[in-house]
Design a protein around this ligand. Structure first.
Ligand code: C2E
Ligand code: CA
Ligand code: CA
Ligand code: CA
Length: 277
């Protein structure tokens, strides 16, 4: 059995070594992809339930043209572990503003939401970077929204709060992402200068059939409204869920029912079509 344990250990070590070799390759490939504009932004619309108009887009990172696809979650985790998240987020922000300007020229006035990592909030010059970028694109306040998750901020609540306040002072709206997915600390969230809350997909997916989820979502919407936030439901996949959310007073929806995230060219055509209806 000692033998078996040795073999087990040897197996474990070799698989771990090959895992880290793979990982090193992946990191250097990601670095290369970022430098050479091989990453892409996909866009997903956010619709107002009251007017049924598209009011914004969320930018989501993609790494196309790969034999083994790498998910956005994986890309971000890798980038966070290796320091690449700083240039990556800045690339996403710049691309988002560029796309927004091009859409504006076609008559689409839209806010673009960009996900930011807690690591970005630790970069001293992040608020200045965002401000300069906004200026260089002649963007008014409200052109972009930054999305942060509540759980990510809990790693470093004091510094995250400080950074978010200085971003807010430069006029950048903030959105609390994945709300209801972790252990929400409302007393913390209410200190944040956020204007929007996004209810996590896990509470929305089965909304039509789960009475429990309905109670939680309705209560969350009412509570968020009382605190002055507008509310977005993400992961809306059916008309039934959309109508339920409308009845509950939810402000905006996002999800596959409207469209999955699309590459910029396809999203432009999708928006053109919507505008004609
Ligand atoms: P997230 O910010 O919560 O983004 C929403 C995710 O839900 C996206 O996954 C989107 O494709 C997916 N989704 C949208 N509608 C539906 C639906 O109706 N049903 C289902 N099942 N899924 C839906 P995606 O693009 O794979 O991104 C995963 C996560 O990766 C994001 O979650 C976000 O946390 C992170 N991420 C993506 N792009 C970026 C980025 O540029 N920067 C940072 N820091 N994080 C990013
Ligand atoms: Ca998000
Ligand atoms: Ca989310
Ligand atoms: Ca998420």
């Amino acid at each position: 059995s000692e033998d078996a344990r040795d073999r087990g250990l040897a197996y474990y070590q070799s698989s771990r070594d090959s895992y880290s070799a793979d990982r090193l390759t992946l990191v250097s490939e990601l670095k290369h992809a970022l430098k050479n504009d091989e990453l892409a932004l996909y866009l997903q619309p956010k619709m107002s339930l009251k007017t049924r108009a598209v009011v914004g887009l969320e930018a989501l990172i993609r790494w196309p043209d790969r034999k083994r696809p790498v998910s956005a979650d994986e890309i971000i985790a890798l980038a966070e572990q290796t320091g690449l998240i700083k240039p990556l987020t800045r690339w996403v922000l710049e691309q988002s503003l560029a796309v927004r300007s091009r859409l504006l020229e076609r008559g689409h006035i839209l806010n673009v939401s960009v996900n930011i990592s807690p690591n970005n909030l630790r970069e001293r010059d992040f608020p200045v970077f965002v401000q300069r970028l906004m200026n260089s694109y002649h963007s008014h306040h409200g052109a972009i929204t930054l999305e942060v998750t509540e759980t990510s901020m809990m790693q470093d609540p004091v510094n995250s709060l400080r950074a978010l306040r200085s971003l807010h002072a430069t006029g950048i709206p903030l959105s609390i992402d994945d709300f209801g997915s972790g252990y929400s600390s409302l007393s913390y969230i209410k200190q944040l200068p956020a204007s929007e809350i996004k209810i996590d997909r896990s509470l929305i997916t089965d909304l039509a059939s789960e009475v429990g989820d309905q109670v939680i979502v309705k209560t969350t919407i009412d509570m968020c409204h009382s605190l002055g936030y507008s509310v977005v439901a993400e992961g809306v996949e059916t008309q039934e869920t959309l109508e339920l959310l409308d009845e509950m007073g939810c402000d905006m929806v996002q999800g596959y029912f409207l469209t999955p995230p699309l590459p910029v060219g396809e999203m432009t055509l999708w928006l053109d079509e919507q505008a004609q209806q």
